[in-house]
Design a protein around this ligand. Sequence first.
Ligand SMILES: *Cc1c(COP(=O)(O)O)cnc(C)c1O
Length: 331
Amino acid sequence: MAAFGTVFMPQMALSRFDGSRWSEAEMVASDSISLHPGAHVLHYSSTCFEGLKAFKQPDGSIKLFRMDKNVERFAQSSELLSLPSIDKQATAKMITDIVALYADEVPAPPGSMYVRPTHFGIDPAIGKAAAPSETSLQYVLLSPVGEYFSSDGGGLRLLLDETGMRCAPHNGMIKSGGNYASALRPIMQARDKYKADQVLFCPGGFAQETGAANFLLIDDGEVITKALDESFLHGVTRDSILTLAKDMGMKVSERELSVEEILERAAKPSCEAALSGTAAVLAPVGTFIHNDKEYQVADGNEGPVTKQLRQAMNDLQWGLAEDKHGWLFDV
Ligand SMILES: *Cc1c(COP(=O)(O)O)cnc(C)c1O
């Protein structure tokens, strides 16, 4: 099967901001856009994006999961990057229109249609190193995906890094390419040196997040994760899992989680750890690596609560469980 995110629908929805207004959205070929080589984004990284999914329901209809949250975050990222403001209603319509156009191409569960709204500055002005782009381009690209989660039962290897940082702390809640570029070198080094799958950045000795996912520790009927602040990305999956955990009667604690506490709890047979994000929902962590030592999380395999929470999310997204919180949007 093709790698995640390498297959695209032939058309995408696109709109431009000319400095005063957004153009009417149009459907255009998704394999090319033309950009001036001096475009602001190519030099000063004025870019943000979103990631959400559309799911095929048992009755054949298509539903988008928590689109309102993603559009809200897209607007916030645009604002924090000093990009032109998006029109949230118009962006939501671009998303539903393009998904409706390709409704027949939405894979059945466990597959889905991954939706990638993208917004960037296009002023052809390389002198604007310290000034925002007044013009921008926004598109919504679609990629049909299979199951991301590999269910061999084994957990990920996670390096706990207390010295590095994913990105500048004041940029943490912006979903922007620059933050990914900034995290790449530490991730590659952790792969080379420790065969780690991901790095859990722990600035000051407290768990923050990995390069592209939030971190949750589960122990004794409690889900523990960092409380929201501007230093990290506020995942829609994180929020959804915490809500479902509360629905199941679990205790949810949003607080600081020290490396020391993580390693201490990891040895307990009841401990589970997972990464949360739209692509995999919850991916189990099997091993922590810290100061050249390895710490297995319980028996190193996916724990029952991680599995149960992921199943609850999947059931809701696939239309097999009641949508109590109004998270599914019609296309
Ligand atoms: C997208 C992203 C997440 C996960 O967010 P979801 O809304 O759950 O997909 C977590 N961390 C980073 C850095 C991200 O970019």
